[in-house]
Design a protein around this ligand. Structure first.
Ligand code: CP
Length: 353
């Protein structure tokens, strides 16, 4: 069954949602669960030729280890081929804005890049982090939307201001260890880091945990670390629809108490976006948000995870990372399985018949 067959009736008018995987916001829980179930089957039978002769182009505007490796290996295990492109490095730099005079560094426009790759490939993946200058601009996610607008093949978000593939891996991991997620307490805790990081994984963790009916607590050190309201509003709506909840807390002890799953991420304060020196001063008093065994002892024998990469003894202690309850490697492995399910659903029937 194709994902397009499974889209919620109320969003069937959204062509982009049917063709592309840009955000889970437009995807129903049932559709996502189908992918998660397929991922579990693929874990049992990883090798096939179901995508023999298919190709996917993976465009990385930013560094990656897990995303690149899991997509490239996943495509290979299904008989497909992945072409890795790094625009601005070993491929021409790309302009994503419409109507600009291209007298800067970019040699070609996304209209031509998407057009050419649509003739070569069956899908295109893109990683394009925000520029960390102006959140009012970055929050619109215009780069991947420009690719989706010009592409004639499905586009997969490999992390922009959300990280939907990570969401699938996280939920696959939660279900592997906790079974039905509804009503389980999910704590997303901010942690200190030497520099302000992307909010994408935090936004995504809120979206997926709330969509699957978990009781979500967002633990932040200061109101300036609230996430963009487009994501908290979506999480509140998800919680209403799924029978879960979203609480926002600055109290470490009560947030950890009773937790079934602790998820850590660091991100920069949005009110100080593009002002890293000021943001560093705001962040400095909160190093104690590190995930350690004392905090984990407050929980309901919770599991711990992180999307990785993670700086040990900055975001979480060695003791936490090496504990049996740390499932970060399971989550990283699940990137492979969930993305293969996604590739099958987006690419399998293209060009047939
Ligand atoms: N979690 C994740 O996306 O890892 P990479 O940045 O290494 O791809």
């Amino acid at each position: 069954m194709l994902i397009g067959d499974l889209i919620d009736p109320h969003i069937t008018g959204k062509l982009l949602s049917m063709r592309h995987f840009l955000s889970t916001v437009d995807w129903s829980r049932e559709t996502l669960q189908t992918l998660l179930d397929q991922a579990a089957e693929l874990r049992q039978r990883p090798i096939s030729d179901r995508l023999k002769g298919r190709t996917i182009a993976l465009l990385f505007l930013n560094p990656s280890m897990r995303t690149r490796a899991s997509f490239e290996i996943g495509a290979f295990q299904l008989g497909a081929h992945a072409v890795i492109l790094e625009p601005g490095k070993a491929a021409w730099g790309i302009e994503f804005e419409a109507g600009v005079v291209m007298d800067g560094a970019a040699e070609e426009h996304i209209a031509e890049v998407a057009g050419v790759l649509s003739r070569y490939c069956d899908a295109i993946g893109l990683r394009a982090f925000p520029l960390f200058k102006d959140w009012s601009s970055d929050r619109q996610d215009r780069v991947i939307k420009a690719l989706a607008e010009h592409s004639r093949v499905p586009v997969i978000n490999m992390e922009t201001i959300v990280h939907p593939c990570q969401e699938l891996a996280l939920m696959r991991t939660i279900q592997d260890h906790l079974g039905q997620p509804d009503g389980k307490k999910f704590v997303l805790t901010w942690t200190w880091h030497p520099r302000p990081l992307n909010t994408a994984v935090a936004n995504s963790a809120l979206l997926i945990a709330s969509k699957f009916g978990m009781d979500v607590t967002l633990l932040i050190p200061h109101d300036d670390y609230l996430l963009d309201e487009q994501f908290t509003d979506a999480a509140y709506a998800n919680a209403d629809a799924a029978g879960g909840s979203l609480d926002i807390s600055t109290d470490i002890e009560s947030a950890y108490q009773g937790a079934d799953f602790v998820y850590a991420k660091s991100w920069g304060a949005l009110p100080l976006y593009g002002r890293p020196e000021e943001e560093a001063r705001l962040r400095e008093p909160y190093r104690h948000f590190i995930v350690d065994s004392h905090k984990m002892a407050l929980t309901n024998n919770a599991l711990f995870s992180h999307c990785l990469p993670l700086r040990r003894n900055i975001k979480a202690t060695d003791e936490v990372m090496d504990a049996d309850y740390c499932v970060a490697l399971d989550e990283a492995e699940n990137r492979l399985h969930v993305q293969k399910a996604l590739l099958l659903n987006l690419m399998e029937r293209r060009g047939e018949g």
